[in-house]
Ligand binder design. Structure first.
Ligand code: SAM
Length: 252
């Protein structure tokens, strides 16, 4: 029997703010009961309000839940062979295979230090990815490959479409340029590339402050320009909590 999906992102990304919210509510309650000075009430009230708002932001990001496809325009035909670059524990692969039930997919990841940094080092990374693909009921349409996004182990024009989520912002500026050029090389002319990145929007900064370093200072404009330099056209762009996406296309 297939188990349940466990994407394995650290608990604090989803629930870390509770560590501040619950004690600050308790202190707030005590301060109110014992009629402490107004300054204490205001200070702990502000802390509790920050933690509660941040919890709301992180719950709408829902990093350990299944992700919806951010645009229905990706692989609109519904058929084809898709490459997931930086597949990790499978959240982006399952997103595509779930939304496109006739597509097949190759999930590629370096399965190195960055994987351990995000998902911990319990168990073989490939087995964890495979277990999630099986739990989602899509393993029969997926293969798992080890490879570096900066030098993909695939022939030119091997894929009908590409997805990459929260991964290309891990290899620095030059690495990202190489990864975009590689994506352009391996996708067929006319093929889509759905590039999903952490959006350093004001709510994400509000909730995580300096703890979330994804993407550095690079915003959508940087990615748009680099994608164009790599040869893609930008077909669509959008955002959701903590996320930006670009729907790119290799001209046919
Ligand atoms: C934040 S995870 C994203 C995983 C998945 N796409 C998702 O949506 O949850 C980033 C992934 O990129 C992978 N990665 C980092 N550098 C890489 C590289 N140079 N080549 C391939 N994968 C890489 C990491 O191993 C990690 O699994």
């Amino acid at each position: 029997m297939n188990g349940s999906i466990d994407f394995g992102y650290p608990w604090w990304l989803s629930y870390g703010h509770l560590v501040i919210l619950l004690p600050s509510l308790a202190v707030l309650f005590a301060a109110w009961r014992r009629e402490w000075r107004r300054g204490w009430l205001l200070a702990f009230g502000a802390l509790a309000a920050w933690a509660a708002t941040s919890m709301f932001v992180t719950r709408s990001f829902n990093v350990n839940g299944r992700a919806p496809l951010p645009t229905e325009n990706f692989l609109k035909s519904g058929v084809g062979h898709v490459l997931d670059i930086g597949a990790g524990t499978g959240r982006s692969s399952i997103m595509v295979l779930g939304a496109r039930p006739k597509a097949t997919l190759a999930a590629v990841d370096l399965f190195g230090d960055s994987f351990g940094h995000h998902f911990g080092s319990n168990g073989d990374p490939r087995n964890r990815l495979l277990a999630n693909l099986k739990a989602a009921g899509v393993a029969d349409r997926a293969t798992i490959e080890t490879g570096d996004m900066r030098k993909l182990p695939f022939a030119a024009e091997s894929f009908d479409a590409i997805v990459s989520a929260y991964a290309m912002d891990h290899v620095g500026r030059e690495g990202a340029r190489q990864a975009l050029a590689e994506a352009h090389r391996v996708v067929k002319p006319g093929g889509d590339f759905l590039l999903v990145l952490v959006g350093n929007d004001r709510w994400t900064k509000f909730a995580y402050g300096p703890l979330l370093t994804h993407g550095g200072t690079r915003g959508p404009a940087w990615w748009r320009e680099e994608a164009r330099q790599a040869g893609f056209t930008v077909e669509e762009e959008g955002s959701s909590p903590a996320t930006i996406f670009l729907l790119l296309r290799r001209p046919g």
